[in-house]
Design a binder for this molecule. Structure first.
Ligand SMILES: NC(=O)c1ccc[n+]([C@@H]2O[C@H](COP(=O)([O-])OP(=O)(O)OC[C@H]3O[C@@H](n4cnc5c(N)ncnc54)[C@H](O)[C@@H]3O)[C@@H](O)[C@H]2O)c1
Length: 361
């Protein structure tokens, strides 16, 4: 991807923004430097914050009421980065419906909704209005994960047979899982490993897990509709500051590993080292492992977290899809549905009892 700076785009979307909080300040408003966005207004229930962000990110107007903003500004698209209600619902779901009804396409942070029922309502409004709703599933927009996906589609790798994903996240105790507030942390984070699993391997067909009560860590075994198998290790109890993630996919005589989101090794098929007779571990150049990781010396874009964590790519994908009049390919409501199916299963499924997910459930 060659990056275009905002001022170089000949056509830009008139965009409004709902939410002037911490994450959006760090990671979403700054992506607009590299996206076809003309920011026309910012809204936050705390007007002073909306005004500060509007000044800081170059929007002419600020509001504390999104209905008023939508009516006055008539934006092409709205970015929504809000939080949770006191009852544990996702604020952005109802806001997204309001934006669609006002004629605006929507980009929203994860989680899109707190359950399938809420997602169904949002989907119905999206269908009724014919407008786009895309969720920022940043993990599947990272350069590393996009490369893994490309490797998986090559004949040399073979059909993906198994995957393991590690991500630190605690699953609350069984008696707390029906409490929406207690589940906020899990809902907030299951979107990350959930997006990776379903992007790379497709929908999950069967799942079972074991759970450790002191940390809330869990290990799940997964069977995908493709027939591939996998594990999801939610490694609660890991050290703060340790790399969070490790993803490995195995094909047929080949495998690919991504550590810490940016260190990637592709162990290619075809190397031969006869057992007991090979004096060197060095394999031929044509079958040697391929390794990538960014350098962190130059003032480049690829070594900026806005890019290698997937933030700019997800926002550019949304804008370009809307400008082209095409639905986005990733971060769709269908992608979100697969993640929410997993979330709801963890809420109701006891440890040690595998369950099957019906394709249309
Ligand atoms: N993808 C990621 O890497 C990542 C990282 C952190 C957070 N997030 C997500 O970002 C979201 C926000 O997180 P945060 O930590 O920035 O939260 P935050 O509480 O700092 O910000 C939310 C803002 O939304 C405003 N708001 C709430 N309801 C509103 C309404 N009806 N109208 C206008 N403004 C309203 C609040 O006043 C607040 O300023 C969450 O959904 C979280 O899951 C994603």
């Amino acid at each position: 991807m060659t990056v275009t700076y905002q001022f170089e785009y000949s056509e830009r979307l008139r965009c409004a923004f709902i939410g002037a909080g911490g994450h959006s300040y760090r990671n979403v408003y700054p992506t607009f430097q590299y996206a076809p966005v003309e920011l026309v207004a910012v809204c936050d229930v705390q007007l002073e914050r909306a005004q500060t962000y509007a000044r800081g990110f170059g929007a002419p107007s600020a509001y504390d009421d999104h209905h008023e903003m939508l009516a006055r500004e008539r934006p092409d698209a709205v970015f929504i980065v809000t939080s949770y209600t006191a009852e544990g619902d996702v604020q952005a779901t109802a806001l997204a419906e309001d934006c669609l009804r006002a004629g605006a396409h929507v980009w929203m942070e994860k989680p899109t909704a707190a359950g399938i029922a809420q997602l169904d309502r949002l989907q119905a409004v999206a269908d009724e209005t014919g407008l786009t709703v895309m969720t920022g599933l940043k993990k599947i927009f990272t350069p590393a994960m996009e490369k893994v996906k490309a490797i998986l589609s090559t004949p040399e790798f073979g059909t993906a047979s198994s995957i393991s994903v590690r991500y630190p996240q605690s699953l609350p105790a069984p008696d707390a899982r029906s409490d929406d507030v207690a589940m906020i942390g899990f809902l907030d984070h299951i979107f990350h490993p959930g997006a990776i699993l379903t992007y790379l391997m497709g929908p999950v067909r069967r799942i079972g897990y074991e759970w450790e009560p002191r940390t809330g860590s869990s290990v799940s075994s997964l069977l995908f509709e493709s027939g591939a198998v996998g594990t999801l290790h939610l490694a609660a109890g890991s050290a703060t500051g340790a790399p969070l993630e490790r993803v490995e996919v195995i094909g047929s005589g080949a495998n690919v590993v991504v550590d810490n989101g940016v260190r990637m090794t592709y162990y290619r098929a075809g190397a031969e080292s006869p057992y007991g007779r090979s004096a060197s571990f060095i394999t031929g150049d044509d079958v040697a492992p391929l390794h990538w990781e960014p350098e962190f010396s130059l003032g480049q874009l690829y070594n900026k977290n806005l890019f290698y964590l997937g933030y700019v790519p997800e926002v550019v994908h949304f804008c370009e899809s809307v400008l082209a009049g095409k639905p986005p390919e990733k971060g769709t409501l269908a992608d979100v549905r697969e993640i929410l199916k997993l979330y709801e299963l963890y809420r109701r499924l006891p440890a040690g009892e595998p369950a099957t997910i019906e394709p249309r459930s």
